[in-house]
Design a protein around this ligand. Structure first.
Ligand SMILES: Cc1cc2nc3c(=O)[nH]c(=O)nc-3n(C[C@H](O)[C@H](O)[C@H](O)COP(=O)(O)O)c2cc1C
Length: 190
């Protein structure tokens, strides 16, 4: 089946290289995020491309299982205020949805540039927000770890746990199509 290679070839790889990113890559990735659609064009996302000392402090807030991410030369934070986007009376709230669209645009741009862009939720949100200088009322919904792909068999094992090393070579896992998608009409029997 013909799926765009930026979609079919993307993986959340964890073995990263510490090499610097290509000139201008951070800017292009952030611009791709800004170009995402949003409800009423509210653009609720607040994007921080963490660099220098901020990047180092941010890495200190990662959970133990995300030690592999400390090799990355760039981590992009996506934050939103729920009140900055459409909130419909029937309970539909779009800030987090739109932040997801923004994040995926950035991931796709990075993938097109042959980079790894791995979204993570495993960090201490309070400490991460402090490291980034984000105000308290923003929800730091995800970090996107950006790097060149590295070698899981390097001397330090890419800082990967054994199961993480195995997942670098295992096929992608997805639920069967019929469990998550329908063509025509939703037909789940319950
Ligand atoms: C919101 C979100 C949070 C995630 N958090 C983590 C994380 O903390 N650590 C990690 O190693 N991977 C994390 N992942 C990556 C997922 O494990 C990965 O996307 C999933 O296993 C599917 O694999 P694939 O992206 O290679 O297709 C996260 C992904 C998303 C979208």
């Amino acid at each position: 089946m013909e799926i765009l290679k930026e979609i079919s070839g993307r993986r959340s790889w964890r073995a990263l290289s510490e090499a610097a990113l290509p000139e201008g890559a951070a800017r292009r990735i952030v611009q791709a995020g800004i170009l995402a659609p949003s409800c009423y064009n509210n653009q609720p996302w607040r994007i921080t491309a963490a660099e220098g000392e901020t990047l180092l402090s941010l890495k200190d807030t990662l959970s133990e299982g995300n030690a592999w991410a400390t090799r990355a030369p760039l981590i992009i934070a996506v934050a939103v205020r729920e009140c900055d986007d459409c909130r419909l009376e029937d309970g539909r709230e779009y800030a987090l949805f739109d932040a997801g669209l923004c994040a995926m645009n950035m991931i796709t741009q990075a993938t097109a540039e042959s980079l790894v862009a791995h979204p993570i939720a495993g960090y201490n949100p309070k400490k991460a927000k402090a490291a980034l200088g984000l105000p308290k009322d923003l929800v730091l919904i995800a970090l996107i770890v950006v790097a060149h792909r590295g070698d899981p068999n390097s001397a330090d094992g890419g800082l990967l746990k054994e199961w993480q090393k195995e997942s670098e070579t295992s096929p992608r896992k997805r639920k069967p199509e019929e469990e998550v998608a329908a063509f025509g009409r939703w037909s789940e029997l319950s």
